[in-house]
Design a protein around this ligand. Structure first.
Ligand SMILES: [Zn+2]
Length: 468
């Protein structure tokens, strides 16, 4: 174990519960308030998972993890963790950027239903979140966001007893250690009841600036112009910067280093949880909101298109009721998380969500509809316009369209998983299904004001485009 991996959370204690009160009393590192107590919290959920930890590692492409077939050792901890649970090999996000994707992750709805499609959108008041559903079942809830666009103003805090925003650290150490310290404290204080902890980490997102230790694992000596900043990759998108193949490879190496660093941080956190018995009765879901592109289709970053490199995400489940050592081929989506959680935690099922209960994959595989459609959309294709890109996947056939362009693109993922060779014939049936989805969009209930200083901060994250 390296020096960086061996530091502790500073909270490990053999007398875990006894010290919880003292820890909460001192509350040194940014706890927002005393967690709400639920007098009706059922102490024994029977065969179900008692608690939930839902982890969103922002911008993590599935194919950069060993458990998804990557050859580099970016994820030794996650691979080992996944080997004791279920890995969904074909999980996707409905949107290739942060806000709509997290909307789906936290509601079980496609963006057309949850309404969080753009920067100005707010979660409509009639949308019920996963946190609300669990809270109503007597479960204490806390959400940790690592980027200010996942915020209370948009409604991401709905259903959480506490919602904590930690600003991202875009260089070096990242914010994960700080977030994990806060999360460990909440868990210690809520161990006697049931809890839901949502953890969002921005550490893999650009800028790609892993600590030296992790950079050196994948990146060799380099003296070229690629600096790993969001701004430079944005400029490449608009043609103002040109980068060589070697530069692109270096950026990809830095990205891998960031994943390895995140993996080490999760190892530290989960070792702590395991040592304190938390994992015995806790369902853990590890996923991401979207992937990342390294010129796979001519661009960097994410949000501008809906090809596999930006919509395939990891989805790893582990805990009570989840078998060990399984890989599931059946496709899955972030919209499936809510119904799956409710099922595995013994909470009343939701009849008003788009997703399905993925535990069917091991309880009754024939009940999972192999032909169900998966929808995708992004409004970051042409920032500051109302024109979106859309896609639909049914089986192996994936069709893309864009507003204002009549022509579509269809790919057969069975023979062309990288979507490089467009089929000569469009799939009309998919086109009709997708057009129905597009037509059913709801208008956001209320719009947030996009002030100039907010627009500037969005550009720093790679959104809106540098020239707008
Ligand atoms: Zn994101």
């Amino acid at each position: 174990m390296s020096g960086a991996e061996s530091s502790s959370l500073g909270l490990a204690s053999p007398t875990w519960r006894a010290c919880a009160a003292a820890v909460m009393a001192s509350c040194l590192l940014g706890c927002t308030s005393e967690p709400a107590r639920h007098e009706t919290a059922p102490p024994n959920p029977g065969p179900f998972a008692r608690n939930l930890i839902l982890i969103s590692i922002d911008t993590l492409r599935a194919d950069r993890l060993g458990t998804y077939g990557y050859q580099r050792e970016t994820s030794p901890f996650l691979d080992e963790f996944a080997s004791k649970g279920v890995v969904f090999d074909n999980a996707r996000t409905p949107a290739s950027w942060t806000i709509p994707a997290h909307g789906s992750m936290l509601t079980g709805l496609y963006p057309r239903a949850h309404g969080l499609r753009g920067f100005k959108d707010r979660l409509p008041s009639d949308v019920t979140t996963l946190a609300q559903r669990l809270h109503r079942a007597g479960i204490s809830t806390i959400g940790f966001s690592n980027i200010w666009i996942i915020d209370a103003g948009r409604g991401f805090d709905r259903g959480f007893d506490q919602f904590s925003l930690t600003m991202p650290k875009l260089d070096g150490i990242g914010a994960a250690p700080k977030i994990n310290r806060k999360a460990a404290r909440f868990i210690a204080a809520n161990r006697d009841g049931r809890f839901f902890v949502f953890l969002h980490y921005y550490d893999v997102h650009s800028h790609y600036r892993p600590m030296d230790l992790y950079e050196r694992m994948f990146a060799g000596p380099y003296d070229g112009p690629a600096d790993g900043t969001t701004e430079q990759m944005e400029k490449h998108r608009s043609g103002k910067v040109s980068l060589s193949e070697r530069d692109v490879a270096h950026l990809s190496d830095l990205y891998d280093g960031g994943i390895r660093q995140m993996d080490a941080e999760l190892k530290r956190f989960f070792t702590h949880l395991e040592n304190n018995g938390v994992l015995d009765d806790t369902l853990v879901i590890i996923t991401s909101d979207h992937g990342e592109e390294f010129l796979d289709h001519g661009l960097f970053l994410h949000g501008a298109n809906l090809y596999e490199e930006t919509v395939r995400v990891p989805m790893i489940l582990r805990g009570p009721g989840v078998p060990a050592g399984r890989h599931v081929e059946a496709p899955a989506s972030l919209v499936d998380i809510t119904p799956t959680v409710l099922s595995l935690m013994g909470v009343a099922p939701a009849t008003d969500v788009d997703g399905v209960d993925l535990s069917l994959a091991w309880r009754a595989p024939e009940a999972l509809d192999a032909g169900r459609p998966f929808f995708f959309e992004t409004d970051q294709w042409k920032p500051n316009t109302d024109e979106l890109r859309w896609a639909i996947l049914v089986g192996d056939q994936k069709l893309h369209v864009a507003d204002g362009i009549e022509e579509s693109e269809t790919y057969d993922l069975a023979v062309d998983p990288g979507e490089q060779d467009k089929l000569a014939r469009a799939n009309d049936a998919l086109r009709r299904q997708l057009d129905e989805y597009r037509a059913a969009g709801r208008k956001p209930e209320a719009a947030l004001e996009l002030r100039p200083e907010i627009a500037d901060r969005l550009r720093e994250l790679g959104y809106l485009g540098v020239d707008n």
